[in-house]
Design a binder for this molecule. Structure first.
Ligand code: EPZ
Length: 417
């Protein structure tokens, strides 16, 4: 079992280009099913989740593959409408393929996405949106089976602005007759990137980034190129690494607006952050002070995915930092592993109270999920001595070459088989 081994205590200095956004690539790969054509998606990160999505497209009958930083999908032929359990289980968010498959083939059979490290991952809002558009959906024997002889535009309202459910509704609406209006829609930048892509396919999409999105499907054959937006969560992770380890790091190819809530936190902690176009430069002495309470909320609130890496930086802040996790039920599992490094973190339901400023000592720790694993690497950068992070398959789902990136900035870090 390979591990990431870090010798802590070294500052980070240099420049790093930020990868394309995992959570934008996945729905856009699903959206390639909506037209019969060839799509070139550029700025695609090299991640196991992207490989899983490519495998699903090939299983369905498309021809999909990676060419350098691009993924090319020929969706002219599709031969089947099922996604087997072994492919679904690799990536829980594969449920995002349902809306596009119903729009393209009128049917879809997926195995129920299991819960994951963050707690139960229900898909009730996905299914209610697809049923509202005219799909008949049954959950039997661990599978979700959907049939849609015809999809008809309608009003879809979400009780909570679910990212995945909003994306599934947008994708299915592209195959519906008439107009679909989605209210209380998610507003994440990845939703806006999907809308940009759908317009390139010929669809009429308006309102993305606001709570109300209108979709009118006009599928056309397409040969298009689309560049994925930068990954704001990965950018925030490397900001946390530089803040905690100390040094001066320039991130290239970022959208500062998408990481503004994290930038504000790091400035409160005492970092100096400057923005110039698509570049962010962070300077940190490595001694930090606590920021105000951090409450995760749907975008444009503080992103839940940034909570774990920023908690790793909060361990360096001399004083108390309070976190409130409002999005997922079980998103503090990394705290238990951080305690193995000597962290003082008290969890009371959705609240985590971090008392930082204490020395951390390197130790073997285990990634419990994607962002929690990255947070352990951030903490290891400044823990004294050697930290070995296992369970790194979680990290590889979302971070393209995290060891090479941090090593380039001066960290003593390597993947040990
Ligand atoms: C997306 O997950 C992201 N994943 C997650 O990133 C991110 O944490 C999350 O949005 C919130 O921003 C991808 O985009 C692939 P939700 P998603 O539907 O769509 C509940 C990462 O680390 N819910 O907005 O699954 C759900 O249980 C990952 O990159 C229902 O109850 O998130 C959760 O508590 C982790 N019923 C809340 O809503 C539903 O039908 C938010 O979930 C759907 C969701």
């Amino acid at each position: 079992m390979s591990v990431i081994q870090v010798v802590g205590g070294r500052p980070l200095n240099g420049s790093l280009r930020i990868q394309g956004a995992k959570n934008s690539v996945l729905p856009i790969l699903a959206a390639t099913l909506l037209v019969k054509g060839e799509t070139v998606i550029t700025n695609c990160p090299n991640l196991s989740d992207v490989d899983a999505a490519i495998a699903i497209l090939n299983h369905i009958g498309c021809k999909a593959g990676r060419e350098g930083e691009s993924v090319i999908v020929d969706s002219r032929t599709v031969t089947r409408a099922d996604v087997p359990h072994e492919l679904m289980s690799e990536m829980r968010s594969s449920v995002i393929f349902m809306g596009a498959m119903l729009a393209r083939m009128g049917e879809a059979k997926l195995s129920l996405p299991g819960g994951c490290e963050l707690g139960p991952r229900p898909v009730d809002m996905h299914m209610s949106a697809l049923r509202a558009l005219g799909a008949e959906i049954e959950e039997t024997g661990g599978n979700i089976v959907g049939i849609a002889k015809k999809l008809t535009g309608c009003n879809v309202n979400f009780r909570f602005p679910s990212v995945g459910a909003t994306e599934n509704a947008m994708l299915a609406a592209c195959g519906a007759d008439g107009v679909t209006v989605i209210t209380n829609a998610a507003r994440e930048p990845e939703i806006c990137d999907l809308a940009d892509f759908l317009r390139k396919l010929g669809m009429d999409v308006q309102g993305e980034g606001t709570p109300t999105i209108m979709v009118r499907g006009r599928p056309q054959s397409a040969h298009i190129i689309h560049r994925i937006i930068p990954d704001r969560i990965v950018a925030a992770t490397y900001l946390a690494a530089a803040a905690a380890a100390g040094g001066e790091v320039e991130l290239i190819g970022v959208n500062p607006e998408h990481v503004m809530s994290a930038i504000e936190i790091f400035r409160e902690m005492g970092c100096h952050i400057t923005e110039s176009g698509d570049r962010l430069t962070v300077k940190s002495s490595g001694s930090l002070k606590p920021a105000k309470a951090i409450e995760t909320q749907p975008y444009p609130g503080f992103p839940t995915d940034m909570q774990p890496p920023i908690m790793a930086a909060a361990l360096k802040c001399a004083g108390t930092t309070v976190f409130v996790e409002n999005i997922f039920e079980n998103r503090y599992r990394h705290a238990e592993e951080m305690r193995r490094l000597g962290a003082d973190i008290k969890i009371e339901g959705r609240v985590a109270i971090v008392t930082g400023g204490k020395k951390l000592a390197g130790a073997p720790v285990k990634a419990t999920d994607l962002r929690g694993g990255a947070a352990l690497v951030v903490a290891a950068l400044w823990a004294e001595g050697i930290t070995e992070v296992s369970g790194i398959a979680y990290i590889d789902r979302g971070y393209d070459n995290i060891t090479g990136s941090l090593g380039k900035l001066g960290a003593s870090i390597e993947r040990v088989l």
